[in-house]
Design a protein around this ligand. Structure first.
Ligand code: FAD
Length: 360
């Protein structure tokens, strides 16, 4: 499957610049991945291909080297559908997960609100019982795939709850009365991910569409999201290293190759070492997530180290490549903008540090 990913990535790389510059959702890439079965890769059999979490991370890493927006969409869909598979009941799986697997339905996850941000407590989005259903009200912000996903897992609180410990997740399909896509946002990077608001006004959610175990839904899918976002950081850092190396070997200044300068060699060595350390940490985190129910601290360490280090690697890549790297003629400036996003979603860097700190 990795070999196929490499082949698909060549095709995916072709429209990465346009995806970024025009802010286009990479529909063709997602259909391509869907046709090859990738959209269900992480889902357990018989619905999905049940690839290892390590293989999932390597697929995302490979995609990110070609187009980070595509890798992001793939990660969000995989995390949200995995969440539904893990925390949903048999009927919900039967009804929804097959669509995720055959690529006909794209999934998104909506937790963030302007009032709560990185925290999961104090949600304003609420559900009120109404006969056999709930009425969902609220606004979700900074959500990926708003225009393109077919089904969202929406985090909400019971209308009379202040705490957040009894949150629940509503499975809401596009087209449900009372559910609308709101404003779209422009990000500095990840410009192909269709990013914005979701509005819920007396949106009727049948009780059969409620996932009661919000903690399980968020942690199962969230961990897959952490792997995916770190794999994106790694893919971008590797792409930056490759580009900087190529540039240093080709560029001649005053008759000498740039790569022969000691200062540049130091930078390249640091970058190569960091990328290797990131890779080992990602692969360890992926294996740990599959074999241990207590993988969370390892995932937090992975998220903290990889997302922060990737930015440093790309900063050095920009230093090695000078004005060439700074220009839009090469994709380095795109990598540098895209690499900020994994520090913000599926745990921000700071909340990851705070969570890990409380466990040490
Ligand atoms: C590209 C992109 C895609 C996204 N997609 C989705 C999506 O699909 N679904 C979804 O639900 N959300 C999504 N988000 C939202 C993302 O999860 C939030 O941006 C994140 O949770 C932080 O919320 P905030 O931006 O409101 O920052 P704030 O909560 O306002 O935080 C601002 C800063 O303060 C830090 N901070 C906050 N609380 C603490 C604390 N207690 N201690 C120390 N530091 C703290 C944060 O780390 C951050 O650096 C996406 C964001 C981005 C950038």
């Amino acid at each position: 499957m990795l070999q196929t990913t490499e082949q698909l990535s060549k095709k995916i790389a072709e429209n990465a610049t346009e995806t970024d510059s025009k802010g286009l959702f990479p529909s063709d890439n997602i259909h391509l991945l869907g046709r090859q079965g990738f959209l269900s890769a992480i889902l357990p059999r018989p619905v999905g291909l049940q690839v290892s979490h390590l293989l999932f991370a390597r697929i995302v890493e490979t995609l990110a080297r070609a187009c980070a927006s595509t890798a992001w969409v793939y990660t969000v869909h995989s995390a949200a559908s995995y969440s539904l598979f893990s925390a949903g009941n048999e009927a919900q799986r039967e009804r929804y997960v097959r669509g995720a697997a055959d690529g006909t339905k794209l999934f998104g996850f909506a937790a963030t609100e302007t009032g709560t941000g990185a925290g999961m407590t104090g949600l304003q989005t609420s559900v009120t019982p109404a006969g056999d259903a709930y009425l969902l009200n609220g606004v979700k912000s900074f959500i990926s795939l708003t225009q393109e996903a077919d089904i969202f897992l929406v985090l909400a609180k019971p209308f009379d709850s202040q705490q957040g410990s009894n949150n629940l997740v509503c499975v809401v399909e596009k087209g449900t009365p009372g559910f609308e896509v709101g404003e779209s946002f422009e990000g500095m990077g990840m410009r192909g991910i269709s990013w914005g608001e979701l509005l819920f006004k007396d949106c009727v959610v049948p009780k059969s569409n409620i996932i009661g175990d919000a903690f399980r839904a968020i942690s199962s899918g969230g961990h897959v999201g952490m792997l995916g976002s770190c794999a994106i950081s790694l893919g971008l850092a590797q792409a930056g290293l490759d580009l900087a190396l190529k540039h240093a070997k080709e560029r001649t200044i005053l008759g000498q190759k740039l790569a022969s300068r000691e200062g540049i060699q130091f930078l390249l060595s640091e970058m190569a070492s960091d990328v290797q350390a990131m890779r080992q940490m990602l692969y360890f985190g992926a294996e740990e997530n599959e074999r241990s129910p207590n993988a969370y601290p390892s995932l937090l360490q992975m998220k903290i180290f990889i997302t922060e280090t990737a930015v440093k690697v790309l900063d050095k890549a920009l230093r090695v490549t000078g004005a060439t790297g700074y220009s839009r003629g090469v994709p380095l400036e795109r990598y540098y903008r895209d690499v900020r996003a994994p520090m913000l979603h599926f745990q921000t860097l700071e909340t990851a540090k705070r969570a890990l700190g409380s466990m040490l």
